[in-house]
Each structure stands twice: as C-alpha cells, then as structure tokens.
Design a protein around this ligand. Structure first.
Ligand code: 9D3
Length: 253
C-alpha cells in the first residue's frame, strides 16, 4: 500500500522506521512518500505560514506551497484519496483502519498552526479524520497513528506469531492479562490455571478475564457486542465474584 504524507515536519516520520512498520516498509509491504510544503515555497524566507483573515491569534498554513505539495502528491499517487487530519474530523477507529487497509493508497495531509485554508478543504480534500478529543500540536502524530494502525493490517506486515495472536484480540473485547516469568513477583503469583497445561481451562479463564475487564472498564463495548451462551455464563460468574469489590461497578460514561 502506498502512503503519501504532506507535512512541514517530514523528519518526525523517522519514527515509522522502528518495529512492525519499519519492517513492513523495508519489505515493500508499504511505501511512504513525504512531501514538504517548504520545498514548494518561492520566497527567500521559504515562508509556510500566513495571517488569518479576520485577525486573532495564531497563523494558518500558507496556501500556495501547501497546494503545490499536495498537487505533486496527487500526481504521484493518482488512485489515492486525500485524507485531512484535523480535530474537526470524524473519529478514527479500528473499522476505519480495516477499510483503509483495503485501498491502494492514501494521501495524508497533516496540518500545523491553526490549520489550513477552508477553500483547500473544499477543492482538494476527500475525507477528514480526528484521532480523539485531545489537542495535538499538529497532524503528524495523528498521521503516524493511522499509518501504524493500517500498516499492521496489511498482508505480510506481521510475523506468523503476531498475526495468529491478532485474531483473538480483535473480537470486540479488551485483552486478557498477560504473565511471564518469574512464577512469583514481590509475593504475587501467576494465576495457577495458566500453569496447569489444561488448554480448555486456560481458554475459558482468558475469555472470562477479557469479558470481565471489558465489563468493568469499557461497558459500552459490551453493549455493542452479542454474547454467546458460554460468554454470558462466564461474565455472569465474573460479576458474581466481583460483587462488593471496590471500583468494580461499571461507571456511567
Ligand atoms: C481544536 C483546537 N483549535 C482551537 C483554537 C486549535 C488547534 C489545536 C490543534 C488547531 C489545530 C491543532 C492541531 N491538531 C491536529 O492537527 C490534529 C488533531 C488533534 O489535535 N487531536 C486529535 N486528532 C487530530 S488530527 C489532527
């Protein structure tokens, strides 16, 4: 899959060279092309910001260099839609990542300052996404969040071990807890069932933990998910055994 990113800070994207995304890029599973509006300025000072009409604090990205950088990206990736990262966008989630992973490519537009001229959105942007309700200093980290979430879904991005693990984690529940050596850490023992070798008991315990944690921490996820008969029983048992435990009642959003 081809990713083009229009950004004033291309050096930030070195972060993508680590781990799963770095391996995918080196294997050619994904390609990353960076376009810096500063390279498309025509003045001596290479100006990339401009004052907002109507006044007020802050600056807006200067239109012409941004537009030229975006046009070069579109010419290089004619099949890709232009995705603007902005706090005003729709909330990005795993379903969007899955849908994007089916595409040939995307052009990600990362804003800085107070944002970009609205007429550029009207003429040249196909979609607007936000990664959540907190204030970032620019669209780059949001672009990298999306790159990471999408790239790891591409065929060949994960090793065999990792992709097998993924299936069980993508079931609409939070993860069950993980343990490794030592068997006892500061007086806390690994749950006995995990050392039993009883694979069916381990499967049921992990499913129950996943259901219970989801019920405690993210009840809205459970509300959107149908439970099998086994799952209902395991959750019921979890709830019974957690009656009266401090902080164990799901709170309202
Ligand atoms: C909403 C705050 N704005 C009011 C004056 C100012 C502003 C804050 C942060 C304007 C732009 C930005 C930069 N943020 C992004 O470009 C961004 C973002 C984010 O801040 N949070 C979550 N998702 C995203 S996607 C792009």
């Amino acid at each position: 899959m081809r990713f083009d990113v229009v950004t004033l800070f291309p050096e930030m994207f070195r972060a993508m060279e680590s781990g799963v995304t770095g391996r995918a890029l080196r294997k050619g599973v994904a390609e990353l092309h960076l376009w810096n509006p500063r390279d498309y300025t025509e003045d001596l000072h290479r100006t990339v910001d401009d004052r907002p009409y109507g006044g007020g604090p802050g600056m807006v990205m200067k239109v012409e260099p941004l537009k030229r950088a975006l046009e070069r990206a579109r010419a290089a990736a004619p099949a890709s839609r232009v995705v603007h990262l902005t706090p005003q966008g729709r909330r990005f989630h795993q379903g969007v990542a899955r849908e994007m992973a089916q595409r040939e490519g995307v052009i990600l537009l990362a804003g800085r300052y107070e944002g970009i001229d609205e007429r550029l959105v009207e003429c040249c942007v196909d979609e607007e996404w936000s990664i959540g309700d907190y204030v970032l200093s620019g669209g780059e980290l949001a672009a990298m969040v999306i790159l990471d979430a999408v790239i790891r879904l591409l065929p060949g991005a994960l090793g065999h071990e990792e992709s097998a693990a993924q299936d069980s984690y993508m079931n609409g529940l939070l993860d069950f807890p993980q343990y490794t050596r030592p068997e006892e850490l500061e007086g806390r023992r690994v749950p006995e069932v995990l050392r039993s070798g009883d694979h069916e008991a381990i499967r049921r315990w992990r499913l129950q933990q996943a259901l219970g944690r989801t019920w405690l921490r993210r009840p809205e996820l459970l509300a959107r998910r149908r439970l099998s008969e086994e799952e209902r029983e395991l959750l019921e048992e979890y709830i019974q055994t957690h009656q009266g435990v401090a902080g164990s009642t799901p709170r309202e959003e």
